[in-house]
Design a protein around this ligand. Structure first.
Ligand SMILES: [Zn+2]
Length: 284
C-alpha cells in the first residue's frame, strides 16, 4: 500500500505494547535471516530493561549492552505473539526476541515472541551514536518533556513550505504524510506557506494539534482526525474513508466547507489540502 510508512504513533504504541510484554524479562535474541546475527549474539539471554520510542525510532535497552536500534522504514513489520506455539519465523525475519512463560497465578506472564522483518535499521547503537541520532531529530510531540520552542526554532531555520518541513525529521520527529496533511487542515495553514513566516500562535497551534492527533493515534492504534463535531459515530466505528479530512480525498468536497480538496507533490510525497479552509496568507 502506498504511504504505509508508520508514523510516530505506531512506533510509540509498539514500544508500549512490546514493553508491556517483554520488559523485565530475559530474552532470547536471534536473527533467523542472518543479517543481524552478530548483534543478536551480543544481546542473547540478557534482560530487556525497557523500550524507548524517539520519533520513528525504537531503542531496546538490554542490561549491560548497547541499545538495539530499530527503524521500520517503509517495509518493516512487527509481529508480536503472546502464548505458546508462535507461527514459524519467515526467512525474512531479521530480528526475533523470545521470552519463556514465567510466574504463577496473577503474576504469570505468558511466553512472548516478537519478530521484525524488513526494517531499514536493525543495529547495535553505542552511546555516542545514539546521541548523534538524537541530535539529528527535532522534538517529538509524543515526548511529554518536549514543547513548541524547539519546533519553532527548527521551523525558523528552514526555507521550505510548512508542508515540506513537517516531513523533515530534523524539524519535528514522528510526523508522516497523513498527520502532516490533517494537522495543516485543522490549523488552517496552506502547505506551501514558508515555514519561517508562520506566526508564533500558528506554530503553537500546529504543535498542539500534532501532539493531540499523535496521542489519539497511539491510544487507538489508527489515525482518526475527525473532530467530534464533524462525525456521527464514535471513532472506533468510523470507516477508513470517514476518519480523515483531506488525506487522499483529492477531488472530493471538503467535509467542512464543500470546496474541492486538492493534492500536489510536496517534499517527495503528495500533500492534500482544502483551498477554502487553508487559503494562502499574505506574508510580510
Ligand atoms: Zn474546506
Amino acid at each position: 500500500m502506498l504511504d504505509a510508512m508508520p508514523e510516530g504513533h505506531t512506533i510509540h504504541r509498539a514500544a508500549r505494547l512490546q514493553g508491556r510484554a517483554l520488559a523485565g524479562r530475559r530474552v532470547a535474541v536471534a536473527s533467523p535471516q542472518g543479517r543481524f546475527a552478530e548483534g543478536a549474539a551480543v544481546l542473547d539471554g540478557r534482560r530487556l530493561e525497557r523500550i524507548d520510542a524517539v520519533g520513528k525510532h525504537l531503542l531496546y535497552r538490554f542490561e549491560g549492552a548497547p541499545a538495539l536500534h530499530v527503524h521500520l522504514g517503509l517495509f518493516g513489520r512487527f509481529l508480536l505473539h503472546e502464548g505458546e506455539a508462535p507461527p514459524t519465523a519467515s526467512p525474512q525475519t531479521r530480528l526475533a526476541l523470545a521470552a519463556d512463560a514465567e510466574g504463577e497465578g496473577q503474576a504469570r506472564r505468558p511466553a512472548v515472541t516478537l519478530r521484525c522483518s524488513g526494517p531499514t535499521a536493525c543495529e547495535l547503537l553505542p552511546e555516542p551514536e545514539e546521541a548523534a541520532l538524537r541530535a539529528r531529530l527535532g522534538p517529538d510531540p509524543l515526548d511529554p518533556t518536549a514543547g513548541p520552542e524547539g519546533f519553532a526554532a527548527a521551523l525558523a531555520r528552514r526555507r521550505a513550505g510548512i508542508g515540506q518541513a513537517l516531513l523533515d525529521q530534523r524539524a519535528v520527529a514522528g510526523v508522516g504524510n497523513v498527520y502532516r496533511a490533517e494537522a495543516l487542515f485543522l490549523t488552517g495553514l496552506h502547505p506551501d506557506q514558508p515555514a519561517p513566516t508562520l506566526r508564533d500562535d500558528d506554530v503553537e497551534a500546529l504543535w498542539a494539534t500534532l501532539r493531540e492527533l499523535l496521542r489519539a493515534g497511539e491510544r487507538q492504534g489508527r489515525i482518526v482526525t475527525i473532530a467530534a463535531a464533524d462525525r456521527t459515530r464514535p471513532p472506533s466505528r468510523l470507516r477508513r474513508d470517514e476518519a480523515l479530512y483531506v488525506y487522499r480525498r483529492e477531488g472530493l468536497p471538503c467535509r467542512r466547507c464543500g470546496t474541492v480538496v486538492r493534492a500536489w507533490p510536496l517534499g517527495g510525497r503528495r500533500i492534500f489540502a482544502c483551498p477554502g479552509c487553508q487559503p494562502p496568507r499574505p506574508t510580510g
